[in-house]
Design a protein. Structure first.
Length: 406
């Protein structure tokens, strides 16, 4: 094994290009796929970058999730405290819970997100996409694709599914963006958290009193769930349901514009779309960094991780591991990307993955079909990357087109 320095803080700089892992991450994966990592506050933990090691770790619930997404108690990059025990749980946020608590909540939602249920929504989602493309076509370019297309589509979809009025998006979008920011004080994070929480508490309380035909109402019908739990679950679904997909749509469009011959192939043959979406998920891995906490001494990739350690995984690094995917740093829409870890693995594997796939297939298909001359409106180097956010992507994607769109 080649010796590399133990990184201090998570390497974030996209020095190899906007779509590629930081070079330091790639070097670490080759040298030591389970590597020590010094957190900004000085405590030592681990960083897992190898495909097999990431997969193994995510399948093992002795690596607790009770730290992950605990945005209030864990000021992420600003100096994560050395945990002595799992941090307090936020009611209802089952992404940050372990079995059996996790399953108790997740089971009540799996029926709403099955492949079959999502298939039934396919046409409706295609309509939402088409209406948003109509809106886009009415604008005079250049426009920001994030604000005009990539963010509204998943927001409209998740709001409708959950029964959250889209008109209220100002309340939760601005605040969600706030705590997605890495460099945030605890006060700022708390402020944003309380604003969304207050809004959602009122919403789920009214749904419990007068249930409608939506996922949150169905959840509220479970009398054994407290209002705090309903609020936490709503928070998680709302947040997970739009930030990730929005960034896949915008960064994915950027990637396709940078690979014009593959974009042209997709335009010519929509049958290639499902495979292309899988490959974009692998290649971009916008939900990259996740935390776990070792509840006992554990072996991983030949290293001993002691009880109480914080362990960070990079799904992007895993999805670009040459031991799993050939030419991993090449975008190839014809590749079989099966086994990708972009939706995680194990008990927490993404609940909304079928929904996300349907939204992305419809989104990329519609965009390519209706805007045949779509192009970046600024040089690629000027596109603002979300290296400061927990979910990667672009802050803005200025695009233009020459002919009037159909
Ligand atoms: C969990 C990625 C879209 C809801 C996860 C996890 C990943 C992920 C990696 C695992 C987290 C962990 O192990 O700690 C993505 C990506 C998406 C996407 C890349 C879009 C391309 C969605 C959508 C929803 C959703 C549309 C809609 C409801 C959830 C929920 C969890 C989750 C509820 C927690 C599951 C659990 O803890 O059991 N997602 N997601 N996601 N995702 Fe997604």
């Amino acid at each position: 094994m080649t010796q590399v320095d133990v990184p201090h803080g998570l390497p974030m700089d996209r020095d190899a290009g906007p779509f590629d892992p930081p070079r330091a991450i790639t070097r670490l994966r080759a040298a030591r796929p389970v590597s020590p990592l010094v957190f900004p506050d000085g405590h030592e933990g681990w960083l897992v970058t190898g495909y097999e090691e990431v997969r193994q770790m995510m399948a093992d619930t002795r690596f607790s999730s009770r730290l992950d997404l605990d945005i209030v108690h864990v000021p992420y990059e600003t100096g994560m405290p050395a945990p002595t025990e799992p941090s307090p749980q936020m009611p209802g946020m089952f992404i940050a819970m372990d079995p059996p608590d996790h399953g108790r909540l997740r089971r009540k939602l799996t029926g709403a997100f099955t492949v079959k249920r999502m298939k039934q929504l396919e046409e409706h989602i295609a309509d939402i996409v088409e209406r948003q493309l109509d809106h886009l076509a009415r604008l005079t370019p250049p426009v920001d694709l994030v604000q005009e297309f990539a963010l509204p589509v998943p927001s409209l979809v998740i709001c409708e599914l959950l029964g959250v009025p889209y008109a209220d998006r100002g309340t939760f979008q601005a605040n969600s963006a706030q705590f997605m920011l890495r460099e945030q004080t605890l006060e700022e994070k708390m402020g944003a958290y309380i604003a969304v929480n207050t809004y959602l508490t009122e919403l789920v309380t009214s749904k419990r009193a007068e249930p409608g035909d939506d996922i949150l109402s169905d959840l509220a019908r479970h009398e054994e769930l407290t209002v705090e739990e309903l609020t936490g679950a709503a928070f998680l679904l709302l947040l997970a349901g739009h930030e990730t997909t929005a960034n896949m749509l915008s960064l994915g469009t950027f990637a396709l514009l940078e690979h014009p011959s593959q974009a042209a192939e997709l335009r010519a043959d929509a049958e290639l779309l499902p495979g292309a979406v899988e490959e974009l998920l692998r290649y971009l891995s916008v939900a990259d960094i996740f935390f776990r906490y070792a509840t006992e001494d554990l072996e991983l990739g030949g290293e001993t991780i002691t009880k109480g350690s914080t362990v960070v995984v990079s799904l992007l690094a895993a999805n670009r591991d040459p031991r799993r995917f050939e030419n991993p740093d090449t975008l190839d829409i014809h590749r079989n990307a099966r086994g990708l870890l972009s939706f995680g693995h194990g008990v927490h594997q993404c609940l909304g993955q079928q929904l996300a796939r349907i939204e992305m297939r419809a989104g990329f298909e519609g965009l390519l079909r209706r805007f045949p001359t779509l192009a970046l409106a600024v040089p690629a180097e000027e596109v603002k990357l979300r290296t400061d956010m927990n979910i990667y992507g672009v802050h803005e994607l200025p695009v233009t087109w020459t002919e009037p769109a159909a």
